[in-house]
Design a protein around this ligand. Structure first.
Ligand SMILES: O=C(O)CCC(=O)C(=O)O
Ligand SMILES: [Fe+2]
Length: 310
């Protein structure tokens, strides 16, 4: 059922080129409540953005920059809204794609953030970089199973005037930078511009996904449409047990509304954030009782049933 939403060819493109655009991966019906959630989270933070014009920026001969204020409206899961946005990054179709891409039968979600960008609020034009900078302390693995897959889910239509991500497929960047792909190319303006000449746009309608890895050159771009906004959700997966990769230690954010996830997710979705599956030896009469005390509305039936069958 889930596999029909993507093709082997798309998985192969992701593996060979480091990135693939998946148009209309989610239906409008799946996106609508998540967009409502984003509006709930970000509307109050900045009620007076309408009509804002793009920032005038002196680039000084550079492709872009890394302005800290671009991350002003950037939050880690879980989100203070309905369950919809909280469960989108754990959608079974994403898990299926992640498993196929990584060649793994068990995957973990190690990062998910909501990000709202608004015209004029920051300079979103970035330099080319590879994201392994902050997903590992070393470098991307040559073994596909030990890589990561990063989904950027579009909750609004993303055009070039609304800050579409730009990227350079690996076959094209290899002839520019070589296959080792230094993560920042610091100060190397010539290479930055050579990559820019080869860049592709990730522009696509709401519901589409830009699936990429931590080893592909890409960059955020500015929003220029007057009064424009771009809402995205990221979901990054790795094979379970890959300790080289990290971002969020989920229990660190224990004060956030995790009940939205526990009370509404399937055991398979919960397994993606480190909850042992039904039938795992972790589950005993005692751990079940304690888990129920901690999350009173979590339906532990499948876990109980698996224990009583054991
Ligand atoms: O939001 C985007 O389009 C890309 C941002 C990005 O690549 C980054 O911040 O590392
Ligand atoms: Fe990036």
């Amino acid at each position: 059922m889930t596999e029909s939403y993507f093709s082997e060819e798309q998985v192969a493109t992701w593996r060979e080129e480091g990135a693939v655009l998946l148009p209309s991966f989610f239906t409008p019906g799946e996106i609508a409540p998540c967009l409502g959630d984003m509006q709930k989270i970000y509307h109050d933070r900045a009620p007076a953005r309408g009509g804002a014009h793009a920032l005038e920026v002196e680039r000084d001969g550079a492709v872009g920059t890394f302005a800290l204020d671009q991350f002003k409206n950037f939050d880690d899961m879980p989100f203070d809204c309905s369950p919809a946005l909280n469960l989108l990054g754990l959608h079974p179709r994403l898990m299926a794609f992640a498993k196929a891409a990584l060649g793994s039968d068990s995957v973990h979600l190690y990062q998910s953030h909501a990000w709202a960008k608004f015209t004029g609020e920051a300079d979103y034009e970035q330099n080319f970089h590879c994201d392994y900078k902050n997903h590992t302390l070393i470098v991307p693995s040559d073994d596909i199973r030990l890589r990561t897959i990063n989904f950027m889910i579009y909750l609004t239509d993303v055009s070039d005037a609304l800050g579409a991500v730009h990227y350079v497929p690996q076959s094209a960047s290899n002839s520019i930078t070589g296959p080792n792909r230094p993560m920042f190319l610091e100060g190397d303006t010539d290479t930055q511009f050579a990559l820019k000449a080869a860049e592709k746009s990730g522009a696509a309608p709401a519901g589409s996904i830009f699936a990429y890895g931590i080893d592909v050159y890409h960059r955020g771009t500015n929003l220029t449409e007057v009064g424009g906004s771009r809402y995205t959700l990221t979901a990054s997966y790795k094979s379970a047990g890959n300790d080289m990769i990290g971002w969020s230690a989920w229990p660190f954010s224990f004060l956030k509304p995790w009940h939205l996830i526990f009370d509404n997710a399937t055991p398979e979705q919960l397994a993606c954030v480190g909850v042992p599956r039904p039938g795992d030896a972790f589950w005993t009469a005692r751990t079940l009782e304690r888990a129920q005390q901690r999350w009173p509305d979590w339906d532990l039936t499948p876990y109980r049933e698996a224990l009583s069958l054991a």
